[in-house]
Design a protein around this ligand. Structure first.
Ligand SMILES: NC(=O)c1ccc[n+]([C@@H]2O[C@H](COP(=O)([O-])OP(=O)(O)OC[C@H]3O[C@@H](n4cnc5c(N)ncnc54)[C@H](O)[C@@H]3O)[C@@H](O)[C@H]2O)c1
Length: 430
């Protein structure tokens, strides 16, 4: 069903909110300015969640906490146990805001279709990113506003689909906000404002890092098909996660793109699988080091690692002709600056505050293209390391690289080989 918050564009039967617009009594109400497409600012926004894991459950809570009159009304996940856990968690944590009755809790690969058909206004997409392009397209076609977790694709074919959906969302006045929460974090926002006004001059170089230890892994259980094993360990399969440079380091690469107000034009680099070599960890790399080149000639060193016992570093550092900055909190330049707010707003909540406010105002935010470009930047880095070649933006944007399965079912699912620089080709299907 078309989103009621945009029913004026849809041709679907009138809702109560549309009816208000058609009555004389509505005139005073409309004159109050307290509406979006004629809807009261306090009118309930009905939210569905697709992907009921850690972040999806967290995002549902954050959405409820962000704004008045939010209800979580439908859940969907490929696994029943994840829906059950999420339901129990949300019942406790958000109380009356949880309204997903059992007939609106769906399981399986088609659960997303049922959630979208559950009379919702907004959907949270929080599955592994391999499914995002498909789910986003379905959500926008169904006329839903979207909050979607990063990254938003794992291959160029997926990125192209996301850009097309973002363009369609714009035409349909639908909001898309992405889980690149630094874009809604006070320190970054204040620093970027100053940097873009010239506080550190022209950015000539930057370093961005996500170096840490290993993450969770679920040992294969008897009875699990290949597909179930891979889905439950999605981090370790490129078709599901994009590899950790895309899944995790995208946050820092996105900050570089934001600071430089551009996407990189070329990537060269190295990577490998040196420590996390057990097949239980699929086929992804455990470290990458890249150089991204930007249109103004700036070079960005990007480094990410998931190896236990190694030093942690997760941040960004910018070097300009007139100063330097950690864009989360400080600038060193002729006019220095430091964030001096003791408890800044939680960016995971703020991103929903901004999303909901934009919907209610009738000025929907659309971060679709921005996050698609940051996702593609990370994919470009991954492919430079996987193939051992310099990869340009045009090459990656147009690459015949589509690693997403054509059908999803619980059965055999061979694991692709670990990429080998000098051997692995950019054009491939696994
Ligand atoms: N913004 C952030 O800081 C942040 C933090 C953590 C995770 N994330 C992102 O959130 C997303 C989810 O990560 P997570 O940590 O919640 O993982 P998770 O494994 O806890 O949850 C993923 C859920 O999606 C379900 N799922 C898988 N395939 C599905 C499908 N086809 N249809 C419906 N459900 C499906 C899984 O069963 C699981 O319940 C990822 O894209 C991840 O990168 C973002």
């Amino acid at each position: 069903m078309e989103n009621k918050l945009n029913a004026k564009n849809s041709g679907v039967p009138l809702t109560r909110r549309d009816f208000i617009k058609t009555t004389a009594a509505a005139a005073a109400y409309l004159a109050s300015g307290n509406f979006a497409y004629g809807f009261a600012a306090a009118e309930t926004i009905r939210v569905g969640l697709i992907g009921c894991g850690g972040r999806g459950t967290g995002a549902a809570k954050d959405c409820v906490e962000s704004s008045a009159s939010i209800e979580i009304v439908a859940l969907g996940d490929v696994f029943a146990d994840r829906v059950t856990q999420c339901k129990e968690n949300l019942r406790k944590s958000i109380g009356d805001h949880f309204k997903a009755t059992d007939d609106r809790c769906f399981v399986g690969f088609d659960a997303y279709k049922n959630v979208l058909a559950s009379d919702i206004d907004l959907v949270i997409l929080a599955t592994p990113p391999g499914f995002r392009p498909i789910h986003l397209q379905a959500a926008i076609e169904a006329g839903k506003h979207v909050f979607m977790e990063k990254p938003v694709a794992v291959d160029p074919a997926g990125v192209r689909a996301v850009i097309a959906s973002a363009d369609l969302a714009k035409q349909k006045s639908l909001a898309i906000v992405a889980g690149t929460q630094r874009r809604h974090q006070l320190g970054y926002l204040e620093a970027m404002k100053r940097i873009h006004a010239g506080a550190i001059g022209d950015i000539v170089s930057a370093q961005v890092y996500w170096n840490q230890g290993g993450l969770w892994m679920h040992a294969r259980q008897p009875g699990w098909t290949d597909m179930e094993w891979q889905l439950r360990n999605w981090l370790y399969f490129t078709w599901l996660s994009g590899d950790h440079i895309v899944e995790q380091h995208i946050h820092n690469i996105d900050v570089a793109n934001w600071a430089l107000q551009a996407h990189p034009v070329k990537a060269v680099g190295v990577g490998g699988r040196q420590v996390r070599v057990d097949p239980a960890y699929g086929h992804i790399f455990d470290h990458f080091a890249l150089e991204f080149e930007y249109p103004n000639g700036a070079r960005v060193l990007s480094m990410c690692r998931q190896i236990d016992g190694t030093a942690t570093r997760v941040n960004e550092y910018l070097i300009g002709t007139k100063g330097t900055a950690d864009p989360s909190s400080w600038i060193k330049a002729a006019k220095p600056w430091r964030l001096e707010v003791e408890t800044p707003p939680n960016p995971y909540v703020q991103e929903h505050t901004d999303l909901i406010a934009s919907i209610r105002k009738g000025q929907p935010l659309n971060e679709g293209r921005q996050v698609a470009e940051s996702t593609l930047s990370a994919i470009m880095g991954r492919e430079a390391a996987y193939t051992g070649q310099a990869i340009t933006w045009e090459e990656i944007l147009n690459a015949d690289l589509d690693i997403t399965p054509k059908n999803f079912s619980f059965g055999p699912m061979p694991v692709p080989p670990v990429a080998v620089p000098g051997v692995t080709k950019l054009s491939r299907t696994a």
